[in-house]
Design a protein around this ligand. Structure first.
Ligand SMILES: Cc1cc2nc3c(=O)[nH]c(=O)nc-3n(C[C@H](O)[C@H](O)[C@H](O)COP(=O)(O)OP(=O)(O)OC[C@H]3O[C@@H](n4cnc5c(N)ncnc54)[C@H](O)[C@@H]3O)c2cc1C
Length: 348
């Protein structure tokens, strides 16, 4: 038996960020993942957008989450010797005069002052991108190359004897007071970070996930290029020699199958502001672990005091994961309370 502190199930953004923070605290961990090719974290565009466009408000806790996230991914770059995070403005293309003046008004509010620009710009070649009502940009935004980071981080885990590629079967878990046994490991606790696959978890499947499938395309443009991200119903993100175009939101079909319907929807929306042919290079689908009240799901099982969950990262996992993991580690190791909004005991 290999004695460790925690078994972590899932090496998506949630499990990876948490694993690293626990290792930093000197804890012995092992991460189990089946390496499914189309997970939410691998498919994600990885955008860190401090603003919610729908209501034009700042993201929840952004003052804390964003700086911590950028710092975390920059440290990973140092540790693993590669580039994962890139700062990049997101230009909002206004659909009409009303949206343009709403943005202007909001940009003067103290809450949004640091996050959106008050300048209406026309930075694009109109032959390529039509901006009849102008554009303005989000400040302090960027994106994480999620798949690249997860792959590099998995190698780091392997080097530290802290990764097992396997499907985790709940039936293989043995529980004793204050101890769990799985495979050849004896651990103080187990932390489930399974993303949407939590629907199969007999201990936490009662939690009110409201899952959202998303599809995203990798595209290229004829005779034109772009070095900033843009958004007008869909986003276009320059991504190492091509562009990501996304994403769809589907609450009814919860699977990882790509669909012609989603592809058409994304291309139709993009063609409303992009002139010229859009060439599709790849098409991916994943399921976001979204929750009915749009807040993450962290905490301990109501009966098993060594079963934990770190999940529900929703649509903004890149920005939220490092801050949430910090709170979770303090809770786990130093008995600090979890923020109430994210604690699963809100559903007891
Ligand atoms: C199309 C799309 C676009 C997105 N765009 C963005 C974006 O721009 N910015 C942003 O911040 N977020 C974005 N997201 C959301 C983001 O992907 C999630 O917030 C985040 O990645 C969730 O991470 P996770 O680790 O909780 O889940 P997952 O990524 O689903 O990871 C769970 C892991 O657990 C493993 N696993 C599960 N069950 C088992 C088992 N029984 N045995 C072994 N392994 C198991 C899986 O293989 C997987 O690796 C997007 C999502 C989608 C689908």
């Amino acid at each position: 038996m290999n004695e460790i502190d925690y078994i972590i199930v899932g090496q998506g953004l949630a499990g990876s960020v948490l694993a690293f923070q626990l290792m930093e605290e000197g804890k012995k961990i092992v991460v189990v993942d089946e390496n499914h090719p189309q997970t939410s974290s691998k498919v994600a565009a990885g955008l860190c957008n401090p603003v919610v466009f729908k209501r034009l408000t700042k993201s929840w806790m952004v003052e804390s989450t964003l700086p911590l996230a950028v710092n975390f991914y920059r440290n990973q770059e140092q540790l693993l010797g590669s580039n994962f995070y890139q700062e990049m403005p997101i230009y909002k293309l206004f659909v009409d005069e009303k949206e343009c003046s709403f943005w202007k008004q909001k940009s003067n509010e103290p809450e949004l002052f640091d996050w959106i620009s008050d300048k209406n710009e026309k930075p694009f070649d109109e032959n390529f991108i039509a901006t009849p009502f102008g554009t303005s940009k989000v400040l302090q935004s960027g994106f994480l190359r999620t798949k690249k980071w997860l792959e590099a981080f998995q190698k780091y885990l392997i080097k530290n004897n802290a990764f097992i590629e396997s499907k985790f079967n709940y039936a293989d878990l043995k529980i004793e007071e204050n101890t769990v046994y799985w495979n050849h490991f004896k651990a103080k606790g187990i932390i489930f970070c399974e993303g949407y696959k939590n629907i199969n978890n007999p201990y936490f499947k009662h939690l009110p996930f409201k899952l959202t499938k998303g599809e995203v395309l990798s595209v290229d443009f004829e005779n034109a290029s772009l070095d900033v991200a843009i958004n007008k119903g869909v986003f276009v993100l320059p991504y190492d020699g091509f562009y990501k175009l996304g994403a769809t939101y589907d609450w009814d079909n919860i699977d990882e199958n790509i669909t012609e319907k989603a592809k058409k929807e994304l291309l139709n929306k993009a063609q409303k502001f992009i002139n010229g042919n859009i060439e599709v290079k790849a098409h991916k689908a994943g399921v976001r672990p979204t929750v009915s009240d749009r807040k993450p799901l962290l905490g301990v099982h109501h009966q098993h005091n060594n079963f934990f969950i770190f999940n529900g990262l929703g649509t903004k996992g890149v920005m939220l994961a490092p801050w949430l993991a910090q709170k979770f580690v303090r809770y786990l190791l130093h008995d600090e309370p979890l923020p109430e909004e994210v604690n699963i005991n809100r559903f007891n």
